[in-house]
Ligand binder design. Structure first.
Ligand code: HT7
Ligand code: ZN
Length: 854
């Protein structure tokens, strides 16, 4: 396989300032005629080399004359050219209805749509498919009017008209030079939910969310999120929208969450459609976050794009940080931070400690779609967050303004971003840049000692960055740690919070006039994305979980207390649960805390996160320890859970932070009541399931039932299925809820579900709902006989033939074999080897599987 290296970057040989496309759309045979003005870039005599994938040119013209001097090498079309400027025209035929990879032009639910990032445009026409070739696009779309009444492309609409044979056309003009990965079109029978947005300089923008007619009523939330994020970006980053229209289209078959194509975002319908009956609060929040994320790309990604794909985090890390800030501003910032850190720990920390670990700015890749990872996105966002922490709000904003001013209309690098922050923020980021080049999660050891006699406390810090593939030795990084001490007797802070930049392998910090026993609060707000080990006792953690004035640190102390208890239980066979029970009671009954925070704080760490703390994971022991602690918490606090359950009851659905928090606490309480073994728990869950006026309560109750022994779980699943059998997004929940069950028979149920008439690998959401969800169900997936591994490997082999990108994204759980006992590790490797030996394996899968075997 060909390896692409960052060090090999060279500027493009030819630029394409202008491109005009005429696309005559038909699912069976689409004609694409592309006219490019090409300009030699620098003094060289190399031919024009255009990328193409699965396409053939039917005819090529150079400066209006049919040409035959072109050649095909690999996927490339090579055209010898003599002058500085030429006009090159190429015609290509496509069959979108046969495109199962969902890259390029494809059909979804009667629509025709595109996905070009990262390298899909080369499946539509021949072009220098690299992000540093920016062009102005003029596009004419032609299609049968009855079948495809709506024709959308990037930019602004400039004309429409009727043609012969029942066809019509629409012309679109995008004045902003863009890389071809931002090209998009949609054709179909769609309706729009519309509104107008007036930018702060008075420009009127017409906003529209396009869906199929029956889904129109589910688009208000997304449309509202769009206007809210447009205003937010003006207020917080000074960024204004720049076209006359902003269109969003929802499609059912999509490899990712959404795509930020200039002026024409295309979304996985799960991140657009929401109403109380079908979407949970989690879905509502995700819709708003993804709408905001894609909108924010208009500046961080589109106006300033990436020079090459190694710079992917330049747009993705920054944009995730921006969408996290946006969501924090819309509701509880504390709960949002807790959720973001939970995601980071669940998705990125395991990646950073496994065979697929890579730096935020990778050095090489085989298949770029494998690098749309939690490291690029979520760790990338943490890197931006650390810069913001070090600079403070105003200097960070000055750095961001400078970055956008300097690089508007160009393709930039991570280095350009760092330089803008240094120049505007007057900070030296030389050592900090290691966050972009070194993979691996740093580990910090913090030891606090107190000398009561002289009132001094000493905090000694050490850092270690573990080896990762290709990076055996590491240098110390800059770790911004927010630190504060609290008095164990009074519960009061001992002085102000400090921001300490740990730069060396080891450092000591002295605290003076510490007159009472101090308790250490460190990495408050999760100021650095690191693992911290401290010498804090269970009593210290319980104390912080009740007294820390940083809500994240309070949550974190509780999590650490729970984790320490669970790790002891797994490694010693038993543990004392009392400290956790007391701490949870304190939090649950604290009238000053809001329900959303309580619900997060009292949740036990997941099986996988507990496993991540162990040298060798024993999935059965982990699950048994967690269940035992859940049961004891349920029993010891049963009255409190019931009280919380009752007090969180609502008369009527409302979408507000307070109502969401109440629903969350209600379902968490229900889970603990069920864990206690209470005789009425299943009845309580079934009543909640039946009476729910919203999906959050309904799915919460279903989740509880599906992990129980109650017969009513079968009835509930049937009722749920029958009620939503024509709603694909809710059916995905039906599949994933069963795949995530903690019951002993989950694997058998999942195997059966894979034969269900509604299961298909052709739809990525459905594949992820069953196979993806099952492979993160630690206990079921890691069945000791290897049946879980075999099931997933079979599915991946089948999926790879249809949609390699989606298949490759599901490989990581199998690749974590080094973390398990020899028996499981051998079985997991065996399945990886079986996948690797499959004839015709895609390069996407090859890269993920081969690296996972190393
Ligand atoms: N920038 C978008 C990435 C994306 C993508 C990548 C690979 C294959 C399919 C894809 N669809 C969208 C999404 C985003 O981060 O905003
Ligand atoms: Zn993005």
């Amino acid at each position: 396989p060909r390896v692409i290296r960052r060090a090999d970057y060279a500027a493009p040989d030819w630029l394409v300032p202008d491109i005009a496309m005429v696309i005559d759309l038909d699912p069976a045979q689409t004609h694409v005629r592309t006219t490019m003005s090409v300009t030699r870039n620098g003094a060289h005599d190399r031919p024009l080399r255009l990328d193409g994938d699965m396409i053939e040119p039917s005819i090529v013209w150079i400066d209006g004359i049919e040409a035959d001097a072109w050649t095909r090498t690999g996927g490339m079309l090579e055209i010898p050219l003599t002058g500085q400027h030429h006009i090159v025209e190429i015609e290509v035929l496509l069959a979108p209805e046969r495109n199962t990879q969902l890259m390029g032009l494809y059909a979804s639910g009667g629509l025709l749509c595109t996905q070009c990032e990262a390298e899909g445009f080369r499946r539509i026409t021949f072009f220098p498919d690299r992000p540093d070739v920016l062009s102005r696009y003029k596009v004419r779309l032609i299609a049968n009017k009855a079948r495809f009444p709506v024709l959308l492309a990037n930019g602004d609409p400039v004309g429409t008209g009727d043609l012969e044979d029942g066809k019509h056309y629409a012309d679109w003009d995008d004045p902003f030079p863009k890389p071809c990965y931002l090209f998009a079109l949609v054709a179909g029978d769609l309706v729009a939910n519309r509104t107008t947005f007036v930018t702060r300089s008075g420009r009127e923008v017409s906003l529209a969310i396009w869906v199929r007619a029956p889904d129109l009523a589910k688009t208000d939330h997304a449309l509202h999120a769009l206007s809210t994020s447009m205003r937010w970006d003006e207020e917080v980053y000074g960024r204004e929208y720049d076209l006359d229209v902003f269109n969003i289209v929802a499609v059912d078959d999509f490899n990712f969450g959404a795509m930020e194509n200039k002026g024409l975002n295309i979304f996985n319908s799960r991140y657009i459609l929401a109403d109380p009956d079908t979407a949970t609060d989690y879905d509502y929040d995700a819709v708003a976050a993804v709408v905001a994320h894609e909108y924010f790309h208009n500046w961080s990604g589109n106006r300033v794009t990436c020079r090459d794909w190694f710079q992917l985090s330049l747009k993705e890390g920054f944009t995730v940080y921006r969408d996290q800030q946006f969501s924090a501003d819309q509701g509880s910032a504390a709960v949002k931070r807790i959720e973001d850190v939970r995601t980071l720990r669940a998705a990125q920390f395991p990646e950073d400690s496994g065979p697929l670990a890579h730096p935020v700015r990778p050095d090489e890749y085989q298949e770029i779609s494998n690098f749309y990872t939690a490291t690029i996105y979520n760790k990338g966002a943490e890197v931006i967050r650390m810069m913001a922490t070090m600079l403070g709000r105003d200097r960070f904003r000055a750095g961001s303004d400078l970055y956008f001013d300097r690089h508007d209309g160009t393709a930039a690098t991570v280095e350009d971003f760092a330089l803008a922050m240094e120049d505007a923020g007057e900070i030296d980021l030389a050592q900090f840049r290691l966050w972009y080049s070194q993979a691996g999660t740093p580990r910090v050891t913090a030891t606090l000692t107190h000398h009561a006699g002289d009132g001094r406390a000493m905090l000694s810090l050490r850092q270690h960055v573990p080896a990762t593939p290709g990076q055996p030795t590491k240098q110390p990084m800059v770790l911004p740690l927010r630190i504060k001490l609290f008095g164990a007797d009074t519960g009061k802070p001992l002085g102000e919070e400090r921001l300490f930049l740990l730069r060396d392998a080891a450092a000591e910090i002295a605290f003076e006039t510490v007159t009472e026993t101090p308790v250490l609060s460190i990495n408050r707000g999760f100021s650095a994305p690191v693992v911290v080990e401290t010498n804090r006792t269970a009593a210290d953690l319980a104390f912080l979980s009740a007294h820390d004035d940083d809500p994240f640190a309070r949550y974190e102390a509780m999590q650490q207390l729970m984790l320490d208890t669970l790790v002891t239980a797994v490694t010693h066979g038993h543990a004392d649960h009392q400290a956790v029970i007391d701490a949870v009671r304190n939090t649950l009954t604290d009238a000053n805390l809001d329900s959303a925070f309580i619900a997060e704080a009292v949740l036990l760490p997941s099986d996988s996160f507990i496993g991540d703390q162990l040298a060798v994971v024993d999935p059965d022991a982990v699950s048994a320890a967690r269940e035992a602690l859940r049961r004891d918490l349920g029993r010891a606090l049963e009255r409190d859970w019931r009280e919380a359950y009752e007090r969180s009851r609502a008369n009527r659905f409302e979408y507000s932070p307070a109502a969401k928090g109440a629903r969350r606490l209600r379902t968490v309480s229900l889970g603990y009541i069920a864990a206690s073994g209470a005789a009425d728990a299943a009845e309580l869950a079934f009543v909640q399931f039946e009476n729910a006026d919203n999906m959050t309560d309904r799915q919460g109750a279903l989740t509880t039932l599906v992990s129980s022994h109650a017969d009513s779980r079968i009835a509930a699943l049937d009722i749920f299925y029958n009620r939503y059998s024509d709603n694909p997004l809710v059916l995905d929940k039906w599949f994933s809820t069963q795949a995530l069950s903690s019951r002993d028979d989950t694997l058998a149920v999942v195997e059966e579900l894979a034969r269900h008439r509604d299961f298909t690998l052709a739809n990525p959401n459905r594949a992820r709902a069953l196979v993806g969800a099952f492979s993160v169900n630690q206990r079921a997936f890691h069945a000791a006989d290897g049946r879980g591994y075999r099931f997933v490997a079979d599915q991946l082999i089948a999926l790879d033939k249809l949609n390699p990108q989606t298949a490759a994204k599901l490989v990581p759980p199998l690749g974590r074999w080094k973390r398990f006992d020899e028996g499981r590790a051998t079985l997991m490797r065996g399945e990886l080897e079986r996948i690797l030996a499959t004839p015709g394996l895609s390069k996407d899968m090859f890269e993920q599987v081969a690296k996972s075997l190393d």
